[in-house]
Design a protein around this ligand. Sequence first.
Ligand code: FE2
Ligand code: FE2
Length: 371
Amino acid sequence: MKHENHREDVAGRANVEDTPELLAYYDDLNRFSAGALWTVANKIEPWEPQSQSVPVVWRYADLRDKVLRSVDLVTPEKAGRRVIYLRNPGRADVAAAVGWLYAGLQVMHPGEVASAHRHSASAIRFIMEGAGAYTVVDGHKMTLGANDFVLTPNGTWHEHGVAAEGSPCIWQDGLDIPFVNAMEANFYEVHPDLSQAVGYAVDDMTKTWGNPGLTPYGETWTKRYSPMFKYEWAPTYEALLKRAQCTDGSPFDGVMMEYVNPVTNGPVMQTMGASMQMLRPGEHTKAHRHTGSYLYHVAKGRGHSIINGKRFDWQERDIFCVPSWAWHEHVNASASDDACLFCLSDIPVMRALGLYREQAFGENGGHQPIL
Ligand SMILES: [Fe+2]
Ligand SMILES: [Fe+2]
């Protein structure tokens, strides 16, 4: 029977030599669906998080043509959705981009619409290119442009489409599918009519709930996700520019704003949070690490990040990930232009469950040596 290597010279850690008698004992336990804890203890209780995910950058220059090619290869009727998903090489067991987050690049042509459905997994849809994209969430139609994103929270009916007069649209889907599957709690249902009636003014949820410093008189919202289904790029970027006039921002993240549920000031959904951060020209953040899985989408500009000592260059529309407890720092090498990173994470789960932990890189002025 195969079992784990044991750390040596460490008090309190399992360190039992195999003997023929013990191996026979392990086999015997195995026959009764049991095992000896000391054969696995060091693996299942590591000193610190050991992410199976590896840092990756998915370059849009590599993937855009492949996403578009799916239009010629499969129909939306047969494929359901034309999506190229991002596969973390460290995670052969599950379709995950990083940690317990799924991500994919989806393409849809003008006039196409996907059938309405709902599931226990929550999603965001972040628009990369094209005109005319819209999403209907529980009867609310939200129109979407580049760098806008829409929420389709756990259990909401939703369908995506592109207006007939639009242009081919590509977007990033980000979901908590691996997490909900790991929790063995995922349900999926197709809408009985395959599409929903739009019952409200277009973009009503953002127009109602998305006004800074104002809450709509007479409206109540008790659901556990944000009523502001769509978050737009223009006010986000404006907020970053305004905030940058007042602060140097975080030494680790530059000027960063978190997207929130305007009712609770908490995360946009229970399982996934989103933020946008601006790295000013020439900015090089200090390194830190924290628990949680992070999927960055370059909304603007170019630069690089150093993740666990390795440099990853990125530019607009590239996506890269920072696994849990990986050291990371970001660099905007441009002398004239800012760079903006959209980040999708499972930080609400980490915070809600008391698992969030953060540490600054202490040596070398806060910067990692490049390996
Ligand atoms: Fe969906
Ligand atoms: Fe960070």
